[in-house]
Design a protein. Structure first.
Ligand code: 2P0
Length: 313
């Protein structure tokens, strides 16, 4: 069975776990699943195997395989399955990336593996299973805009939000291909330990989420952009309080250019995740102006992606 799941970018970030094992977040997050970056994962049951056989982007790397096997073991133990599988996973990310995503990878793996095991799970159950592997993967089960709710093991899953806004775009600015200085899992842990700042983050992100929903419903790009930018900056301030930083000189230069663009009346806002690349939040009418302004960078203009799904062949 081959499944495809798309990368999602959070407009309201998930940052920090109240339960490490169940991967339960302290706050809800809201994301946009995009069309241009995705993972295709093929899972085939092979009764002759005595352990799983895994290839990711054409290679078999023990460290990368470990997390995949862990997730397969979790699915097997939950549904009492004994079979081993062959997994072939390919990230469709343009050459220079730095954008390989655990979200699309684990959402695709969850869908392909459960189908290969003949489990026909609901999207809710797929989102929960994906969450166990990587928090943000819970959101990649859904295309378009989705909210991953806070709650307990049963209720903390992603759900789609009914916003039809085809003009909404995210432009990925390729800044840097270097490896991140710290995994998001580790950086989150350190951020949570900074109790005073962390509590403030949780409180503010709830306010940001409510405001974001109103702005999205109104298709108000200025408010959506401003809220997302503020939320991302708050997360990065929190991260930087631990001594870790994901922003490089190049990221800061690009951010300056986005501010410059705004003074020229262009509707361009940014968000950033656990890496140096910048994602520009905008609408259709502004795309050409932005791409032209950033002509020395590689850019990927993204529209809404679909729900994770099974692909033939
Ligand atoms: C997000 N990020 O909401 C946030 C913003 C990065 C910055 O979710 O530890 O790979 O596997 O649950 O999902 C990246 O973290 O972390 C992430 P784990 P994950 O998109």
């Amino acid at each position: 069975m081959k499944a495809r799941a798309y990368v999602n970018f959070a407009l309201i970030k998930y940052w920090g776990k109240k339960d490490e094992k169940l991967r339960l977040p302290f706050q809800a997050s809201l994301s946009f699943t995009i069309d241009k970056l995705f993972t295709d994962t093929k899972v085939t049951v092979n009764k002759k195997l005595i352990k799983d056989k895994i290839t990711i982007n054409g290679i078999s790397d023990e460290r990368l395989n470990k997390r995949v096997i862990q997730h397969l073991n979790l699915i097997r133990s939950k549904y009492n399955i004994k079979d081993y599988v062959e997994v072939t996973s390919v990230n469709n990310v343009p050459t220079s990336a730095g954008l390989a995503s655990s979200a699309s990878s684990f959402a695709a793996l969850t869908l392909a593996a459960t189908k290969a095991f003949n489990l026909n799970l609901s999207k809710e159950e797929l989102s929960r299973l994906s969450r166990y592997a990587s928090g943000s993967a819970s959101r990649s089960i859904f295309g378009n805009f989705a909210i991953w709710d806070v709650g307990d093991d049963k209720t903390s899953i992603a759900r789609p939000i009914d916003i039809n806004w085809p003009e909404f775009k995210i432009i990925v600015l390729m800044i840097d291909k270097s490896k991140k200085p710290a995994s998001s899992t580790d950086a989150m842990k350190e951020s949570v330990e900074n109790k005073l700042l962390y509590d403030e983050w949780v409180k503010q992100s709830k306010i940001d989420l409510d405001k974001m929903l109103i702005a999205l419903n109104n298709k108000d790009i200025k408010s959506v952009g401003e809220i997302a930018e503020k939320n991302a900056n708050h997360m990065h301030d929190l991260i930087e309080s631990t001594g870790i930083t994901y922003k490089t000189k190049e990221s800061l230069k690009a951010i300056d250019k986005i501010h410059e663009l705004r003074t020229k009346g262009v509707l361009a806002y940014y968000t950033m995740d656990a890496g140096p690349n910048i994602k520009i939040i905008t609408i259709d009418s502004e795309v050409n102006k932005i791409v032209d302004y950033f002509n020395e960078y590689e850019t990927i203009v993204c529209s809404k992606g679909k729900d994770a799904h099974i692909v033939l062949n």
